[in-house]
Design a protein around this ligand. Structure first.
Ligand SMILES: Cc1ncc(COP(=O)(O)O)c(C=O)c1O
Length: 396
């Protein structure tokens, strides 16, 4: 007879891999948990508190499941690869091969990880602009890369060209860009992109471009670096559905690159997830065929929300920096006299009932982000107006 031994729990020292031991629970998870705990209004994490278009939700994943689209998706020839290639053609004028130049991933987060793991060698230097989206540093650490951070400074967060030139060298494997930019809303200008392109060509470096907010461009036209002369050959363009369609939980993303680079991204993707959810790929292909009027309406809606938030923040006494794209704005909290962004955010949650994100988490050196906090306006108008502090001076 089989006899089970009683389970004994042994206390062990945590043995997390060195390359991840310095990373904490993401700031978004921390702040959203605090929002729940204090019943605060969450203007921190960038997920809409409203649903994506009803048509997409009804015609989404379920019919594909019922129709038997339930086995591993093929990496090369899915319906979604073709829809992504068609959208890229429309947006950039570049014709790409859906079979060899598109990799469907589980959100842009996985596209970022697969790009780093598939195309970066141990010790390679990667240039990033701070503040940066938090997954960059973690995935670069997983890939064993050396991060060279260049700080974009308020009020306009322009690229410091001389510093950028000085950072490039033969060791530069790639530059990692995000435009429109989280958290600042900065959009790279044609002149900045041309400068970056020239440096990539001069040093034979790659460019990894995160464009998840490309359809949330308010004050300028979004430009894909890949569309500049000579750049498609050396660029991985990463994107996803979540922000554009207010469906952040679908987690469908992609990476577009010439076949030689796509091979590296696909190798990493194959061993990270092998294939991304098949029925959700069908739902995503339907979303990408949405007529352009949808994007215009999305921008109109967000422009109204942005105005409510920005006016409220200004009325409350913040210095709000200009944001051209994304659904974020960054504000200077120092008029309120707190030592740090973290202290200010704690006060805001506990005493005012509103969540913001401290920006120091987006820098290698947290000191650089100490004076700023990020607010999102991807919430319904009622919620934005409910954040009462937006109407009055914060401290009376
Ligand atoms: C700049 C940036 N890149 C990537 C992502 C992640 O995208 P996804 O949800 O498609 O993985 C986010 C999400 O907030 C983001 O802000």
């Amino acid at each position: 007879m089989l006899r089970l031994l009683p389970t004994v729990k042994i206390a062990m020292t945590p043995k997390i891999a060195k390359r991840l031991e310095n990373f904490k629970t993401t700031i978004f998870t921390q702040m959203s948990s605090l929002a729940l705990k204090h019943g605060a209004i969450n203007l921190g994490q960038g997920f809409p508190n409203f649903d994506g278009p009803a048509g997409l939700r009804q015609g989404g994943g379920h019919p594909a499941i019922r129709e038997g689209k339930n086995q591993y998706a093929r990496a090369t020839a899915s319906l979604l690869n073709a829809a992504i290639a068609a959208r890229f053609q429309k947006d950039t004028g570049l014709t790409i091969d859906p079979e060899t130049e598109v990799t469907v991933t589980s959100g842009c987060t996985e596209a970022i990880a697969a790009t780093m793991l598939g195309l970066v060698n141990l010790g390679d230097e990667i240039i990033v602009f701070a503040p940066f989206y938090d997954s960059y540093q973690a995935t670069l650490s997983m890939a064993g890369a050396r991060v060279r951070s260049i700080t974009l400074r308020p009020p306009d967060f322009a690229v410091p060209i001389a510093e950028l030139r000085a950072a490039f060298s033969e060791k530069t494997r790639a530059i990692l860009l995000n435009t429109p930019h989280n958290p600042t809303g900065k959009m790279l200008t044609m002149a900045e992109l041309q400068e970056i392109a020239a440096l990539c060509v001069e040093y034979d470096s790659l460019a990894f471009c995160d464009e998840v907010y490309d359809k949330l461009a308010f004050e300028a036209e979004h430009i894909s670096l890949a569309s500049l002369p000579g750049m498609f050959e050396r660029t991985v363009t990463m994107n996803s559905l979540g922000k554009t369609f207010s469906l952040t939980g679908w987690k469908i993303g992609w990476a577009i690159a010439p076949a030689t680079l796509t091979w590296g991204v696909r190798q990493a993707h194959a061993f990270l997830t092998f294939a991304t959810s098949t029925p959700m790929q069908h739902a995503a292909a339907a979303a990408l065929s949405t007529p352009d009027g949808y994007y215009e309406e999305l921008r109109r809606d967000y422009a109204v929300k942005k105005e409510i938030l920005v006016e409220g923040l200004r009325a409350a006494g913040f210095v709000v920096y200009p944001s051209s794209g994304t659904y974020f704005v960054v504000a200077d909290h120092t008029p309120f006299g707190f030592d740090s962004d973290v202290a200010f955010c704690e006060y805001l949650i506990q005493e005012v009932g509103v969540v913001a994100i401290p920006t120091s988490v987006f820098y290698l050196d947290p000191e650089e982000g100490k004076s700023m906090v990020r607010f999102t306006f991807c919430k319904d108008e009622g919620t934005l107006r409910e954040a009462e502090f937006l109407r009055d001076d914060l401290f009376g």
